[in-house]
Ligand binder design. Sequence first.
Ligand code: ZN
Length: 269
Amino acid sequence: MSMAAPAFNLRTDLDAMWLLPSLKPRIANQLAGLVNTAPAWMKNERPLVSFSFDDVAKSAAHSGARLLAEHGATGTFYVSGSLVGTHSDYWINADRDDIVELIRSGHEIGCHTHGHLSIANATPERIFAETRTNTRFLRTLEPDLKIDNFAYPFGRASPGLKKRLATRFHSSRSTRAEVNHGRIDLQLLSAFPLMDRKMTPRVIDRILDRAVQTNGWAIFYTNDVALQPSPYGCSPALLAYALTAAEARGIECAPIRDALLKIGAERTF
Ligand SMILES: [Zn+2]
């Protein structure tokens, strides 16, 4: 007697594919761009630029913040609480005092989960719980701290996560390299890597020109700010170039929190 061939089961096969560890987050991240979870029409009077720093490296809290201050600007620092006071592979992270100093200097503190978790290794529910843990941690540094904006660790979003975050955060920043303009998704703000490995002054010029042409909002993100930056960081020269180039075009520099007010983005919660 011959064995019957197993019946084709679409449901099971799709589930199996969905469970492939590398495929699932990639597909979910692609799908995140197809659904506009928190649509907003930008109503800013002038083009905008924001500088953001993820994790946060000690050099970003010092050199990065100092450079912004020299240009009369403030930035958004997306902190992962579990990294505070630790060493990462490529840099030393900011400690509690560094974060407190950033708050006192008027910079915005954003949320980047507590354990730097993404949809590659955690469910939307787990990541949402992580944002609560991170908020609790950050409020041990400053009890009245407002934490209204989020950045996806590794830039990985998903439709389910976006929906969940919209109940808690005014915005969530991705790593999709586009200038935000016209109708945007507050839970999937686009942003460019300000990293010497990936970015040049010429490309910065093109991005900022596009922000002027579209009356848009260019967001940059980076990690460490050092003379010899990690592959994920920038040199002070590149950051200074971007700040000066934005100024020269009359582009207003604002942290994410303030830029959201300038574009007239209503809260989703
Ligand atoms: Zn990160």
